[in-house]
Design a binder for this molecule. Structure first.
Ligand code: NAP
Ligand code: ZN
Ligand code: ZN
Length: 347
C-alpha cells in the first residue's frame, strides 16, 4: 500500500484537518500520480458540509487534480512516468452500459465512481485530491496542456468541462449570444471558453464589482442582477443562458431574457427545488435543461481546446492549511476566481 497524506473532514460540522491514509499499489492498468495541485470546487463544500444528503466520512474532497505520473502498471499504454496528467470528477464507471460505451461515463447507468464521497467497485470509499498521491485506472486519467501552468489548468478538470460541454452541445459560437450567470469558478471558465468559441458573451453578476475582470476574460458586457432595469433592458436577448449559481433564485426572471427557442441550462446545484412557471416556457418556446461535467473523451477535447486557445483559470494558490478559510471565502463569493491548493504545503 502507498502511504498518503491529505486533509479530510471528519464530519459535516468539522473543519478539514490533516489525515493520513493508504492508496492501493498500482494494478496492471493503473497510473500512480504525485498530486501537485488541486482546485477547490463549490461542490467540495456542498459535500464536505453534507448539503447533498448522506455523505461518507472521513471525506478527502478534491476533483480538480493535476500532477505527474510516478509509476505505471504493466499494461498501461496511455500514460508514462513523468507525464503531466489530470483526474476529474470520476475515477471509474461500469464500462459496459450504453452511456459508458458512447463515452458518456459521467451518465453511467450504474453510477460513475466519483473521485471522492463514493465507493470503488469493491466497496472501498474513494478519497479525493486534497492529498499528495492518487492511483487511478489509465482510462480515467487525462493529458494536461503542455505549455500552460499546471496549477491554472487543474480547475479545467471540473469547472472547465462543466461549461465546455453545454457550450458545445448548445452550439455556442459566432453569431450566438450567450449569458453566463455568476462569475465564480465555473462562470469565469464559461466566459473564457464561450469567447474562445466565438460567441458574444454577457455576464449576469450580482453587482458591477467584477465588471473589469469579466471584460478581461472576454465578456462583451456585464450587467448587475441587483438592478431591476437589467431584466427590462435584456428582455429577449440570448440564445443560451448558463446558470452557475449555487443558491436558489427566481429562474422565471431569467427565462424572460431568452430569445424564441432559447435555452436556459442549469449547472449550479442549489439545495432546494426551484419553481418554473408555465408562462415562462410557453411564451418563446423556451427550454430549461441541465448539464453535468462531461465524459473522458470530451474532457480531453476540452483540455486540448484550452491548450490551443491559451485558456486557463484565474487562480489564487493557497497552502493546504488555508483550506477552511478558502471554503468560507468561496461561500461569500470572495474568490478571484478559483482557489488551488499547492500540495507542496503537505510536505
Ligand atoms: P462559485 O465559485 O461559488 O461561483 C458561484 C457564483 O455564483 C458566485 O461567484 C457568484 O457570482 C454567484 N452567486 C453566489 N451566490 C449567489 C446568490 N445567492 N445569488 C446570485 N448569485 C450568486 O461556485 P462554483 O465552484 O463555480 O460552483 C457553482 C455551482 O455549480 C455549485 O452549486 C456547484 O456545486 C455546481 N457544480 C456543478 C457541476 C455540474 O456538473 N453541473 C460541476 C461543478 C460544480 P457573482 O459574484 O458574479 O454574482
Ligand atoms: Zn466540481
Ligand atoms: Zn456505465
Amino acid at each position: 500500500m502507498i502511504k498518503t497524506k491529505g486533509y479530510a473532514a471528519a464530519s459535516a460540522k468539522a473543519p478539514l484537518g490533516p489525515y493520513a491514509f493508504e492508496r492501493r499499489e498500482p494494478r496492471e492498468h493503473d497510473v500512480a500520480i504525485d498530486i501537485k495541485f488541486c482546485g477547490i470546487c463549490h461542490s467540495d463544500i456542498h459535500q464536505a458540509r453534507e448539503e447533498w444528503g448522506e455523505a461518507i466520512f472521513p471525506m478527502v474532497p478534491g476533483h480538480e487534480i493535476a500532477g505527474v505520473v510516478t509509476a505505471v502498471g504493466s499494461k498501461v499504454t496511455k500514460h508514462k512516468v513523468g507525464d503531466k496528467v489530470g483526474v476529474g470528477c470520476f475515477v471509474d464507471s461500469c464500462r459496459t452500459c450504453a452511456q459508458c460505451q458512447r463515452g458518456f461515463e459521467h451518465f453511467c447507468a450504474k453510477t460513475p465512481v466519483f473521485t471522492y464521497n463514493c465507493r470503488e467497485k469493491d466497496g472501498t470509499p474513494t478519497l479525493g485530491g486534497y492529498s499528495d498521491k492518487i492511483v487511478v485506472d489509465e482510462n480515467y486519467v487525462l493529458r494536461m496542456p503542455d505549455h500552460l501552468p499546471l496549477a491554472a489548468c487543474a480547475p479545467l478538470l471540473c469547472a472547465g468541462i462543466t461549461l465546455y460541454s453545454p457550450l458545445k452541445h448548445w452550439q455556442a459560437g459566432p453569431g450566438k449570444k450567450v449569458a453566463i450567470i455568476g462569475l465564480g469558478g465555473l462562470g469565469h471558465m464559461g466566459v473564457k471558453i464561450a469567447h474562445a468559441l466565438g460567441a458574444e458573451v454577457t455576464v449576469l453578476s450580482q453587482s458591477l464589482r467584477k465588471q473589469q475582470d469579466g471584460k478581461r476574460m472576454g465578456a462583451a458586457h456585464l450587467y448587475a442582477t441587483s438592478d431591476p432595469d437589467t431584466f427590462t433592458k435584456l428582455n429577449d436577448s440570448f440564445d443560451l443562458i448558463i446558470n452557475t449559481v449555487s443558491s436558489p433564485m427566481d429562474w422565471n426572471q431569467y427565462l424572460g431574457l431568452l430569445k424564441v427557442d432559447g435555452s436556459f441550462v442549469v449547472v449550479g446545484i442549489p439545495d432546494k427545488p426551484v419553481p418554473v412557471a408555465a408562462f415562462s416556457l410557453i411564451h418563446g418556446r423556451h427550454s430549461v435543461s441541465g448539464s453535468m461535467i462531461g465524459g473522458i473523451r470530451e474532457t480531453q477535447e476540452m483540455l486540448d481546446f484550452c491548450a490551443q486557445h491559451h485558456v486557463a483559470c484565474d487562480i489564487e494558490v493557497i497552502p493546504i492549511e488555508k483550506v477552511n478559510e478558502a471554503y468560507d471565502r468561496v461561500v461569500k463569493s470572495d474568490v478571484r476566481y478559483r482557489f488551488v491548493i499547492d500540495m507542496a504545503s503537505l510536505k
